[in-house]
Ligand binder design. Sequence first.
Ligand code: PMT
Length: 222
Amino acid sequence: SQKKPLSGKNIVVTAGPTREKIDPVRYLTNHSSGKMGYAIAEAAKKLGGNVTLISGPVSIQPPAGVKVVKVESAEEMYQAVLKEYDHAQIVVKTAAVADYRPKYAADQKIKKQPGEEVLQLERTKDILYELGQKKQSQLLIGFAAETDHLEEYASKKLKKKNADMIVANNVKTEGAGFGTDTNIVTLYKKDGSVIELPLLDKKTVAMKILEEACLLLGANGE
Ligand code: PMT
C-alpha cells in the first residue's frame, strides 16, 4: 500500500479552552468546544501521523488512536506542549488559551461582600510565541480568532509568533468559530500566499489545513 503523507511524523495538536482558577468553585474560560482541534487530530491520524492531542476540558470524544493529554490551565497546556515539542514535526495550536488568569487563586471559596469585587488578572504565557522562539525545524501552525481586521491581525500574528501558517477565523460570522460543526477560515502562509476557504465542515477544514502542512513539510525538504 502507498505510504501515507504523515507516516513517521509526530503531530502535536492543542484543542479546547483553558480554565483559569479563581477559587475552588469558579474559573475563567471561553466557548471553545474542542471540535476544530479534535478534527485536526483526527485528520492527522488519517494521514498516518503519530498524534498527541493536548486538550483542555471538553465534552466530546477524542478520535481513536491518538494519545490524549488532558490539561486545565494555560500553564499546564504550556508544560504539556513543551514536553512534546523537541520531537514534533508539526504543531497545530487550535486551543483557545486564556490570555489572562486571576493573579491570586483563592484556596477557599470567595465569600460575598457588600459592594463591588475587583478581580485582578495577570497575563498567561503566550504558548505560540514561546514555541516560535524555541523553533528548530518544527512546522508551527497557529490560529487567529478575530472579530474584525482579520487579515491585518493574522499577518501580524504570523510574523510576531514566528509561525509558518496562521489559520484565521472570524468568530462573529455565522457558521464559523466557536462551537459550530462548520468553520470559515483563511490560511496565511509565511511565503505571503493566502488561501481563502468557503464554509466547510470542520473535518474538511482540518484536512485542508493538514494538506497545506504536508506541502510545507515537503518544501522544507523532508
Ligand atoms: O473549539 P471549537 O468550538 O471548535 O472552536 C474553534 C476555535 C474558534 C477555538 C478555533 O478555530 C480557534 O480560532 N482557535 C484559536 C483561539 C484563540 O485563542 O485565538 P487567539 O487569536 O486568541 O490566539 C492566537 C493563537 O495563539 C492561537 O493559536 C492560540 O492557541 C495561541 N495562544 C493564545 C494565547 C496564549 N496565551 N497562548 C497561545 O498559544
